[in-house]
Write a new protein. Structure first.
Lengths: 360, 360
């Protein structure tokens, strides 16, 4: 078996420890005589798996008691509709920050249900920066403020948490959740598709302050109603049980490895190593303003794009896979979530140096 | 390792062959150096897995070319909203048949979006029968007719496919899909949560005639719009990739074991053995009219319900698990989907005989 360094933006690399345990437990979980995949979600065994995963996530992120944690389906794209459907609470307007493609998708979906006030945008800068908070035009009548702390495609990231006062702050953390310690109490709601830094695709984690639940519009499908889902403890219907279990294995792996403070240091160091290589080697370029560069998604271009195919091919030969950049940006993208070991970064940097030398 | 006979109604037993292959491939799929769980859904490897699963399902069910097959999230409960949101097509009314708890849930959700005309109901008979088609009061102005071919809780099943003429027939086949050969062309749409007879929870299969796509209401979330989902080949957002892969392993297992004609014969025989035991042993009872008894979900009660706990405990000791009936019905329920081997039925029947003898 030869596992590669997989730089996919999501679904993404998982810890080998997690996969090994999943493989070993596939036919029988503990003494239950069945796979987790075969367990009734109402049975004691799965209920214990689900509860332990939630408890571990609460511990990792220090989630306050007045927040509900939900394990749902549908990805961030479903949340794009669920947020206005649930949080408008009779108001007509919501504030959105536009810092990249995922912000734009959230805005576009919200427009079905409300007026969207774009309080700040970095589109004129081709999404290579983050708008300074002092420039934001917040609307005091808005139901909430939505933003995307980390944009997976642009590789651009907030280095601050906006203070929106009494207006709830809603964050799409799909590509940055669990990458470092954050103060959950500053948010009304945090949500994340699991397939980047949590676990398998098909699971969505929602962390929401309890007082924001209970005002869904009449047209809201039951499966999109936070009250319905939360009152049923994420089991209004059969939840994605196996993905929930895998996410739990990942939470345990993080706890066993020092929690978010430790992984945060590792992630910062990994990113710094890669940006240092990009900045110091003439062949490579990253357009993002330095203070807003993402720790998780590192896009870079080759000054001569004719070399792209050769770069990807030689990288693959060295076990460095899925480095091709998003079609809208071109070049390369290295997504380096928690499960990407530091040795993956070292191997990539070494290869980038060699490749530049050979092609200078 | 001791695997049990798991009679859970869903998530449910999976073929040991499928689980073994999943376990073996968990850390590395073929020569890709990564788990299926870690693969980009846009990469060649996963695209081939996805396409093969769809092709195998099409072959198994002989799905005509003018039907789209989608691999979605959200379970049947999401479809309960998606169906009216997408299929009303400007009409105000939809026809629903009420044959049990799942029918009722579908009806309740549809009422958010349209007038529901209940064309037939077996509620007065405590859901122990299926309304004769001649009694149905179809509304010619309805957009579609919805029914539940097999009710998981009541263990009651249609032994005919209603002929609704030009009005599209929509079927919740969550607990009966792939249990035997059916004529897909008689349906406008078939949908099924995967966690009973397909694979892991968190995947939903939708088979829909193409001409029914494209008329969603304006309020429809993108993730609930069949046109959006279908134009993106189920990849409008990141699909539940690992569940799709496991479903594909299950389809291959069925194909390698003779397809739906063969499994249909096995399923009929399995059900018959169990109903014969229930009918012939004085201790047990099943209330469903014989011609409408489910092949997949076999509820039965003990004439003396004081013995329930002892029955369950002794059954568990023999490796017969998850036999407790749904709380709304009581007693026992044996869900015997495709992956339940005939030896599981034989072992259960043998135990039922012994238990009755000891307690007569």
């Amino acid at each position: 078996m030869t596992r590669v360094y997989n730089f996919s933006a999501g679904p993404a690399m998982l810890s080998e420890d997690v996969l090994k345990q999943a493989s070993e437990e596939m036919l029988e979980w503990r003494d239950e005589g069945m796979s987790v995949m075969e367990m009734s979600h109402r049975g004691k065994a799965f209920m214990s798996i689900a509860a332990e995963a939630e408890a571990d996530l609460r511990q990792l992120m220090s989630i306050p008691d007045n927040y509900k944690v939900m394990f749902l389906q549908g990805g961030a794209s479903s949340q794009f509709a669920m947020i206005p459907l649930n949080l408008l609470s009779g108001k007509k307007t919501a504030d959105y920050v536009n810092t990249g493609m995922w912000s734009k998708k959230a805005i576009s979906e919200a427009k079905k249900y409300c007026e969207v006030n774009v309080v700040a945008s970095s589109e004129a800068d081709n999404f290579t920066t983050i708008p300074d908070f002092s420039s934001w035009k917040l609307n005091p009548d808005s139901a909430y403020v939505h933003y995307t702390p980390n944009e997976t495609i642009g590789g651009v990231e907030f280095n601050y948490i906006p203070d929106t006062g009494n207006i709830p702050l809603v964050a799409d953390m799909s590509s940055t959740i669990l990458s470092r310690k954050i103060d959950v109490s500053k948010f009304g709601m945090i949500y994340a598709g699991a397939q980047k830094n949590i676990g398998p695709a098909g699971l969505t984690v929602v962390i929401i302050r309890e007082d924001l639940i209970g005002n869904a519009m009449d047209i809201t499908p039951s499966m999109m109603n936070y009250q319905t889902l939360s009152e049923a403890d994420s089991m209004y219907n059969t939840p994605p049980t196996y993905s929930w279990y895998i996410a739990g294995l990942g939470f345990k792996w993080l706890l066993n490895n020092g929690g978010l403070d430790t992984i945060g240091e590792v992630n910062q160091r990994k990113a710094q190593k890669l940006y240092d290589a990009i900045d110091s080697i003439d062949l490579y370029d990253n357009p993002v303003e330095k203070q807003y560069r993402s720790w998780m998604n590192v896009p870079f271009t080759l000054k001569n794009s004719d070399l792209d195919a050769e770069f990807l091919s030689q990288a693959a030969d060295k076990g460095l896979k899925t480095l091709k950049g998003h079609r809208s940006v071109g070049g390369m993208r290295a997504s380096i979530y928690n499960a990407m070991p530091e040795s993956g970064i070292d191997t990539l940097v070494e290869f980038m140096k060699e490749f530049a030398k050979e092609n200078s």
